[in-house]
Write a protein that binds this ligand. Structure first.
Ligand SMILES: N[C@@H](CCC[C@H](N)C(=O)O)C(=O)O
Length: 277
């Protein structure tokens, strides 16, 4: 069976996007892994599937699969690409779209200047809801990782994040520590591991070792979680420019119980057709 797709990226976090609004597409974990494979497939960090909404008051449903085949709750860079995709494909005439994800409804808006602003919802800090196994709801918590103990802030942006502050993001042990944190026993659903260097109250550098994908060039929910963690620690003030290896995002947050707003680009690279086995 032939399947049409669009290759997209948000700051180099790359996606294969599939339009399943007219006919369902069956995506098993082996199929997702085959498509995401950078040598034998198309190659991507995440596969995004656009489907009809399943509830009233919502325009679409958008599903997210990591390169390892697992379906997950949220993807910030993907949300920006999603709205660009439905606009470019003529699937909706609206510039602001309400879309269901596994972790609730979010609202990406395609601006006249081509950037996309996404209301990413209210961050969740209660350990049980992240999920993070802890008896304490302290903002900064020790986490033993291999031979060292790091100080993390656990945040859910619909998906789980463990953010630590580092002196120099280029020297941070992202690959080694990221892999251990991702599968740490205190994160039963696994976790995205963020490494943030604070430059100024309104500017940080960030690298993220993503659950199910490894280090990516940028992580939208990771940027939101890092700014929330930095503001809760008293290190940052909104809005914050987040510099990733793939480019910059602007993150704004008015504080607890309010939604995080993320602004950045969304780019279509090419259209393709693949054989699905
Ligand atoms: N790249 C994404 C996040 C994708 C999902 C993540 N790896 C997870 O497993 O939660 C983003 O831009 O937010």
């Amino acid at each position: 069976m032939k399947l049409r797709f669009t290759k997209m990226h948000g700051l180099g976090n790359d996606f294969v996007v599939i339009d399943a609004t007219h006919a369902p597409v069956e995506l098993t974990p082996p199929r997702v892994r085959a498509i995401a494979d950078r040598h034998f497939g198309v190659g991507c960090d995440q596969l995004l599937v656009v489907e009809p909404a399943s509830q009233p008051g919502v325009d679409f449903r958008y599903r997210i699969f990591n390169a390892d085949g697992g379906e997950v709750e949220q993807c910030g860079n993907g949300a920006r690409c999603f709205v660009r995709f439905v606009h470019d494909k003529g699937l909706s005439g609206k510039r602001e779209i309400r879309v269901e994800t596994r972790s609730g409804v979010i609202a990406p808006r395609l601006r006249e200047d081509g950037l996309v602003t996404v209301d990413m919802g209210v961050p969740e800090l209660a350990p049980a809801r992240i999920p993070f196994l802890s008896d304490s709801d302290a903002v900064v918590q020790p986490l033993p990782v291999g031979e060292v103990t790091v100080a993390i802030t656990a945040v859910s942006m619909g998906n789980p994040h463990a953010v630590q502050v580092v002196a120099d993001v280029d020297a941070a042990p992202v690959a080694e520590q990221g892999a251990l944190i991702e599968r740490h026993q205190r994160f039963p659903a696994r976790v995205n591991a963020g490494f943030m260097q604070v430059l100024e109250p309104h500017r940080v550098r960030l690298r993220v070792f993503e659950r199910g994908a490894g280090e990516t060039l940028a992580c939208g929910t990771g940027a939101c979680a890092a700014v929330v963690a930095g503001m809760l620690r008293g290190l940052l003030e909104s809005p914050v420019r987040v510099e990733t290896r793939g480019g910059e995002l602007e993150i704004a947050w008015a504080g607890p119980d309010t939604p995080v707003l993320m602004t950045g680009p969304a780019v279509s690279v090419f259209e393709g057709e693949m054989e699905l086995e």
